[in-house]
Design a binder for this molecule. Sequence first.
Ligand code: SAM
Length: 293
Amino acid sequence: MTVDRNCFQEGDLALLQDRKGRRHLLTLLDGGVFHSHQGRLDHERLIGHSVGGWYRTDRGHVLLAVRPTLGDFVRQMPRGPQIIYPKDLGLIIMLADIFPGATVIEGGLGSGSLTSALLRAVGVHGRVINYEIEESWLPKAKANIQKVVGDAANLEIKIGDIYEGISERNIDRVVLDVPEPWQAVSTVGDCLLMGGILLSFLPTVIQVQKLVLALEADTRFQLIETTETLLRTWHVTERSVRPDHRMVAHSGFLITAVRCQPRVIGTPSDPSVEPPAESVAGNEEDDADGRDE
Ligand SMILES: C[S@@+](CC[C@H](N)C(=O)[O-])C[C@H]1O[C@@H](n2cnc3c(N)ncnc32)[C@H](O)[C@@H]1O
């Protein structure tokens, strides 16, 4: 049977938005009812009807119903520990270069926000293996993941302390959202394949410095970079165009590093190991148009 994807089906997620922009997330159920101060709306009015349609409550208020994005879902999903928000999820996928078919080790399941984004990015031919120390988070996280990614047969959750060791080898990517990632540097170095990427999300700069120093001391990690992103939305109408008053400024830092052969003969800045000038490829800052990134 082909499903008309223009219409909601039972079990689908729907995002209702009212006239003032307030949003409500729901799972459409047979016999389900949505209630708000704007009135009630039976789920059956949406099931089999248009996504992107306008629906009237019993009190006469009109609601717009769309499918939530992954970002909409994680902002509203039930949670235990602090989640990673869409602002960072997108950049994590890019900076860690998560690709379809990749095998990713993840440290810390929490509420499953980052796991959901990783599963989407690796696709059905990839794998996510998650180490989580606290078993009690599993039911909530699994329910959240199920709602946005479905039955993820390519997700394996291991209950254990990632600092104590990762048993897998030749792994493409490691993504950590645990409080003391410097304790995992050695085991991450053992599990990543050459050229594999580590990415760690950290909320404070003290943690960032500890991790970066540990990565440098290990000698198997190069191209160590720290990034943060600030996200500002804009108010655009006929009469005024300006940034919104509120923005998502700080959430956390993203630290990336690439697994390389151990550094044994000094650092690249050591003149004794500098390659001859002609073998150095031009770098972006020397580009003729002088654009800053
Ligand atoms: C901030 S939460 C992760 C949130 C998750 N990234 C999300 O977006 O929903 C950190 C998680 O790491 C787990 N954790 C802390 N230390 C750990 C360790 N040593 N090994 C494995 N998991 C750990 C905690 O139990 C918690 O679930």
